[in-house]
Design a protein around this ligand. Structure first.
Ligand code: ADP
Ligand code: MG
Length: 241
């Protein structure tokens, strides 16, 4: 059975078509990379899947059940978690507190939620920071905290928006192996990523977006060599010089 089905999604902002007729399926346990230059529509697609934006057309289904039309809270209860490109932990709360809030979505027993939060902090390598305030963390550690908060909701599907974005080079290998661990643990992942080294390390398959449309979908090897994909990235590289 198809695990995640994204079918004919179109999302506009005034005259801008941020997502144009986007369709792809994801099998259970797959890790799919989502790439594309700035403005391609990657984050918008995540907002649509998680119920923050309602698309004009199309629908998203998880194991056959329709997510489109549900509130973000209801989508989250269906087992979909995400991290944000722009980090937003509760700054004045401890690391453990932040993750406990996530765990309380699934368990209403505070003691149990704290215990789970602690286990997740071990899993993401933040156990020694449990009592630190979120605002004191480095960017790499905040990315781990975002991941921990998402994991605390026990997701079936995890969406990561630029997990290595803005972190120092030294923190990247650790984040890459963490994502690989989650994949090995059986979580289905959609991973938006700019760093091509990271994406080729973690993704077996890539969906490439450009100007709101899917321009390539297939094995990582093939998509990274696809002419339209290379041109889309080259165009941006030139524009940014
Ligand atoms: P990406 O994440 O690939 O960089 P986005 O999904 O953020 O791209 O943006 C896709 C397009 O939609 C861009 O042209 C962007 O300016 C526009 N867009 C995204 N969010 C909004 C919004 N809330 N309001 C208006 N335009 C938006
Ligand atoms: Mg984005």
């Amino acid at each position: 059975m198809i695990f995640l089905s994204v079918a004919g999604i179109t999302k506009r902002f005034g005259g801008v078509v941020a997502n144009r007729n986007i369709s792809f399926d994801v099998a259970a346990g797959e890790l799919v990379g989502i790439i594309g230059p700035n403005g391609a529509g990657k984050s918008t697609l995540f907002e649509v899947i998680t119920g923050f934006y309602r698309p004009e057309t199309g629908e998203v289904r998880l194991q056959g059940q329709r997510l489109t039309g549900l509130s973000p809270d209801r989508v989250s209860r269906q087992g979909v978690a995400r991290t944000f490109q722009k980090l937003r932990p509760f700054q004045g709360m401890t690391v453990l507190g932040n993750v406990t809030v996530g765990a309380l979505q699934k368990s209403h027993d505070v003691k149990q939620a704290r215990k789970e939060a602690q286990e997740i902090l071990e899993r993401v390598g933040l156990a020694d920071k449990a009592d630190a305030y979120a605002r004191t963390l480095s960017t790499g550690q905040r990315k781990r905290l975002e991941l921990a908060r998402a994991l605390a909701t026990r997701p079936r599907l995890l969406l990561l928006d630029e997990v290595t974005g803005g972190v120092d080079q030294g923190s990247i290998p650790g984040l890459v192996s963490l994502v690989q661990d989650l994949h090995r643990a059986g979580i289905t992942l959609l991973v938006i990523e700019h760093n091509m080294r990271v994406i080729t390390a973690v993704a077996q398959r890539i969906v490439a977006l450009y100007l709101g449309e899917v321009i390539a979908d297939g094995p990582t090897e093939a998509v990274t060599r696809d002419r339209r994909v290379v041109e889309a990235y080259l165009g941006q590289a030139y524009a940014e010089r």
